[in-house]
Ligand binder design. Structure first.
Ligand code: CA
Length: 225
């Protein structure tokens, strides 16, 4: 999943970015409001973490502009502790959730995972689809027979994105954007290599190739929206 972090407190932003990357998220970060609004408008993020007090343009103004333009990306706003009016303003401007500073990274993660599940209409606390359950804490896949499969960081990121979008054709370019950290890592041919590894680990029927279009994670009919 690709995230945008808009936070001007460098210490907090750096530590959050590192923590989220360790958890298998690709994170773009900026401390500037105008750049943050631009990135959030131009890139299809899975989730945005938005501070409210920012140089250049306030988080509230950014959020209102995104929503006015029809951008429905899930947004968690970071507010000052005990500032109830910031939370209210944030929710009214279109935030999906909020977190008061200081917070524990675990709480942010739990809220992010809940929000991503909700935005993909997933009602269960675990990501589960097509006979595979994903353990996001331990970055492992659990197969229907009870077998546990260890995943590398890239395999985990790729599988999570496929499982969040079952039954949809995902192009190599889109997968690359949502799996890799930096532009220079984005060699879309590598996706083929990782798809092959996932097939070896999970069984060959779960991920189908659509020639010239991309890949589909195969789900049962009742698992699709
Ligand atoms: Ca700030």
């Amino acid at each position: 999943m690709r995230l945008l972090l808009v936070e001007d407190d460098r210490l907090l932003a750096d530590s959050l970015k590192r923590g989220l990357e360790r958890r298998g998220f690709a994170v773009d970060a900026t401390g500037d409001g105008i750049e943050g609004e631009f990135l959030g408008s131009e890139t299809a993020y899975d989730l945005i973490i938005l501070d409210l007090g920012l140089p250049g343009r306030s988080g509230l103004e950014i959020l209102r502009n995104w929503r006015a333009a029809g951008n429905r990306v899930p947004v968690i706003v970071l507010t000052a502790r005990d500032s109830w009016h910031e939370r209210v303003d944030g929710l009214r401007a279109g935030a999906d959730d909020y977190l008061g500073k200081p917070f524990h990274e675990e709480e942010l993660l739990a809220r992010m995972q809940a929000l991503v599940r909700r935005s993909h209409n997933i009602a269960t606390p675990h990501l589960s689809c097509g006979g595979v359950q994903l353990d996001e804490e331990r970055q492992r896949a659990l197969l229907a027979g009870g077998e546990e499969v260890a995943l590398t960081g890239t395999e985990f990121r790729l599988l999570r994105y496929l499982m969040l979008n079952p039954g949809k054709i995902l192009s190599k370019t889109r997968l690359t954007e949502h799996v890799y950290e930096q532009e220079f890592d984005r060699d879309s041919n590598l996706i083929e290599v990782y798809i092959r590894r996932l097939r070896e680990k999970l069984g060959h029927g779960r991920i189908e190739t659509r020639r010239g279009q991309g890949y589909i994670f195969v789900a049962q009919a009742d698992e699709l929206d």
